[in-house]
Design a protein around this ligand. Structure first.
Ligand code: GLA
Length: 379
């Protein structure tokens, strides 16, 4: 089975945009190994848009730009495979990709066969230059079938940039990821918007098909292709990564791995956070009704049920500037109050353990979170 847990890897778009080439992709591949990202679980090295020539050749085939990829894609695939990782590429459901390169509309089976012959293990499939009146679902199921017809295991990452309610049908179309949001940019507003639009739409996200709320901006620090002035603070990057991990979203690194600072490196390889993200049960967090009318755009408490009868409690204050109480009333989380049943909470960042009964409503500074491994205890 493909995508048993949320796919993890690195994608070229956030940092390099159109300026990709073989050297840079090989360099990133080497760093995935040297810096320990591969061993932390990041598996796919994905080339996004702008790898092809502007037109198909006379046989109707997509052609890798020989200036950017002088040895072709099979060469790169072999290199990535030799480093123990998997190779991802990009195409689009329309006649053109989002950056104006040829898309796969009407060429699905030929393109899929070509990708398979190159050794591609993952295909991101975007939606631009696609007529509003055309059937988007059909375009995605066609490529999904075409990939299956190759007989190769290829993760299919369906990206409608949030259009067409992908959570309703992408799983049934055979996709392993469905991009449910607009593009992320390197700012707290951007990752927060993507998250708050989707936090309660993860019910279709689980083994085999995951809600993709876009690639990670952790460590970009205001540089690269999706730059915003200032980028994010340490706290904001921590919040972003914690939300993606807690919600079981795919984890695709987007930063320039040559430039990631120690703080972001530690964060992105945090074993406890990754363990939550990769829990085999892949359950979305449970959010009680009360949370829905308490400044949902600013704070949230949720529990995440895990394998082996375990669970975690996450408390998030993702406002920009307000210290806020984050409200966890245990009655709302399946633990009746007044019965001497409490929670032993172990902070995954500090290891500190506390025990609480009936409620826990700590004041958290702006843009900070607490994530606990939780255990039921009796008084
Ligand atoms: C869209 C996608 C991005 C990226 C670009 C490439 O905007 O949402 O993730 O793939 O296209 O052009």
């Amino acid at each position: 089975m493909l995508a048993k847990t949320p796919p993890m890897g690195w994608n070229s778009w956030n940092t390099f945009g159109p300026n990709i080439n073989e050297t840079v992709v090989m360099e990133m591949t080497d760093l995935m190994v040297e810096k320990g990202y591969r061993d932390a679980g990041y598996e796919y090295v994905v080339i996004d848009d702008c790898w092809a020539l502007r037109e198909r050749n006379e046989k109707g085939e997509l052609v890798p730009d020989p200036e950017k990829f002088p040895h072709g894609m099979k060469y790169l695939a072999d290199y990535i495979h030799s480093k123990g990782m998997k190779f991802g590429m990009y195409s689009a459901a329309g006649v053109r990709t989002c950056a104006g390169y040829p898309g796969s509309y009407g060429h699905e089976y030929e393109d899929a066969a070509m990708f398979a012959s190159w050794g591609v293990d993952y295909l991101k499939y975007d939606k631009c230059h696609f007529a509003g009146s055309a059937d988007a679902r059909n375009a995605y199921v066609t490529m999904s079938m075409a990939l299956r017809a190759t007989g190769r295991d290829i993760v299919f990452s369906g990206c409608t940039v949030g259009e067409n309610n992908p959570h309703d049908w992408m799983r049934s179309a055979g996709a392993h990821l469905y991009r449910s949001t607009v593009d992320i940019f390197d700012s707290p507003e951007s990752f927060r918007n993507n998250f708050t639009q989707q936090y309660d739409k993860f019910s279709q996200s689980g083994p085999g098909c995951f809600n993709d709320i876009d690639m990670l901006i952790v460590g970009m620090r205001g540089t690269g292709n999706v730059a915003r002035i200032g980028g994010c603070s340490d706290e904001a990057y921590k919040m972003h990564f914690a939300l993606w991990c807690f919600w079981g979203a795919p984890l695709m690194l987007g930063a320039d791995l040559r430039k990631l600072d120690d703080f972001c490196h530690e964060l992105l390889t945090n074993k406890e956070l990754i363990r939550l993200n990769q829990d085999p049960e892949c359950r979305p967090p449970y959010i009680d009704e009360r949370q829905r009318y308490h400044n949902l755009n600013k704070r949230l408490a949720a529990i995440k049920m895990l394998d082996n009868n375990e669970f975690a409690l996450g408390l998030f204050n993702y406002s920009d500037d307000a210290e806020l109480e984050v409200l966890a009333y245990f009655d709302d989380l399946g633990i009746p109050s007044g019965k001497g049943i409490g929670l032993e909470l172990t902070d995954i960042f500090t290891g500190e353990t506390i025990t609480k009964f009936d409620f826990y409503t700590p004041k958290l500074p702006a843009m900070t979170c607490k994530i606990y491994r939780a255990k039921i205890v009796k008084r």
